[in-house]
Design a protein around this ligand. Structure first.
Ligand code: PLP
Ligand code: TYF
Length: 409
């Protein structure tokens, strides 16, 4: 009977926005969901995206289905943008040239995670997937629903408000060989703390010796440095390992939701670096067989925007890059302003300045976050993650004051 179906709990992140909308306090602040807001607290459309849409509106003459894995032009743009780093990564260029990268457009980053999880469940013998503790909650949900077995590896120590690198290495070393391992390419969600190049090298050594299969999730490319070409150090390093035959294969889930502001357009991709061009052919055919009975083919509006921007190397592409840089620079400004206004006598806030991306991971307890919500109408998830694009010139002092009061008492 339908009436026997139990009520499911709301999503922890999206539930925050629902509660925020209902609050009538004019000083309310939404630091829940990781979606960009400008200094007036409003969502934006990148002007380069708007221009691309105008071009599409004028010239589009059909809305035909794209292929099951998207169209070649979009796939090539992704390959060239990320793996070839726009002609700066010779190893990636060779992999593309040798047909060793299979790319499929997907329903944004979440869709790419689900497709690769289904694919690995079908074709990879080991079902264990190691994910950092903490990680984006939906990682665990997607992997479980696809039949994989997520398990945490140490990543961050909240009591120290810092990476827990020694434990990270130890917890990977203690694993059996052959697991899948999820790596956040940059701007780790929720902590904002990434590994240094040196630390990545140490982790990659373990990955090699343990024969783990690396699955990279890159939802915030560009948000670490302001430049998407600079935020792919991990990809470059993985390409180098594959080129040197130290690693056979890895996969990348990627999204244009945040860095092009295409959230609801659901535009992203999955790429699998394979050991040979023959393997690529088989994998591509299996991806098609997997996707076809789920959603047949991906949406086309967002991917056409991406294509329009990348195909105009002289104006729209540099415009988008500078708009993205401005977004990241505003986030860094509000991060410093929040830091400046926080009372450092009772609490060391230095970790805020080391974190990158859309979030600060405050280290506040669930009780403190709940007090912020109940007493100050400041909405954030109970793990103490603040999505800082909700901060602006008008509310940063109110917010810092609220935090100071909650920390003091
Ligand atoms: N991966 C991480 C770490 C994220 O934070 C997000 C979105 O917040 C995604 C993937 C997927 O986002 P989308 O499905 O909107 O591309
Ligand atoms: O804030 C976050 O971490 C994400 C954001 O369809 C999000 O959960 C929201 C909706 C969605 C995908 C990602």
């Amino acid at each position: 009977k339908w009436s026997d179906i139990p009520l499911a709990p709301p999503d922890k992140i999206l539930g925050i926005s629902e509660a925020y909308v209902k609050d009538t306090n004019t000083k309310k602040i939404n630091l829940g969901v990781g979606a960009y807001r400008d200094n007036d607290g409003k969502p934006i459309i990148f002007p380069s995206v708007k221009k691309a849409e105008e071009i599409l509106l004028a010239k589009e003459v059909e809305k035909e289905y794209t292929g099951i894995t998207g169209n070649k032009n979009f796939q090539n743009i992704v390959k060239n943008f990320i793996f070839n780093n726009s002609n700066k990564d010779a190893n990636g260029a060779k992999l593309i040239e040798a047909n060793r990268i299979v790319t499929s457009q997907t329903i944004s980053g979440t869709g790419s995670l689900r497709v690769i999880a289904d694919f690995l469940n079908r074709f990879y013998t080991n079902k264990k997937i190691l994910v950092p503790k903490p990680t984006w909650a939906n990682h665990v949900a997607v992997f479980k629903d696809a039949g994989l077995a997520p398990e945490f590896y140490a990543y961050y120590e909240t009591s120290k408000n810092d990476l827990d690198f020694d434990n990270l290495k130890q917890s990977l070393q203690s694993q059996d060989e052959g697991s899948i391992i999820l790596l956040h390419a940059c701007c780790h969600n929720p902590t904002g703390m990434d590994l240094t190049a040196q630390q990545w090298d140490e982790v990659l050594e373990i990955i090699k010796s343990k024969k783990f299969f690396p699955l990279v999730d890159m939802a915030y490319q560009g948000f670490a440095s302001g430049d998407p070409f600079k935020d792919i150090g991990l990809i470059r390093r993985l390409n180098e390992l594959v080129a040197n035959d130290e690693l056979k294969s890895y996969a990348l889930c990627q999204s244009f939701a945040k860095n092009m502001g295409l959230y609801g357009e659901r535009t992203g991709s999955i790429s699998i670096v394979t050991e040979s061009s023959d393997a690529s052919k088989a994998i591509e055919s299996q991806l098609k067989k997997l996707i076809r009975p789920i959603y047949s083919s991906p949406p086309i509006h967002g991917s056409k925007i991406v294509e329009t921007i990348f195909n105009d190397e002289n104006s729209l592409l540099p415009e988008w890059l500078s708009e993205l840089d401005a977004v990241v620079s505003r986030l860094n400004t509000v991060r410093s302003k929040l830091y400046e206004n926080l009372d450092k006598t009772n609490y060391n806030w230095d970790h805020l300045l080391k974190q990158r991306g859309m979030f600060v991971y405050t280290g506040l307890s669930a009780e403190q976050v709940i007090r912020l919500r109940n007493e100050f109408s400041v909405y954030a998830t109970e793990d103490g993650r603040f999505s800082i694009s909700g901060i602006n010139d008008k509310n940063v002092e109110y917010l810092a004051d609220a935090i100071n009061q909650v920390v003091k008492a």
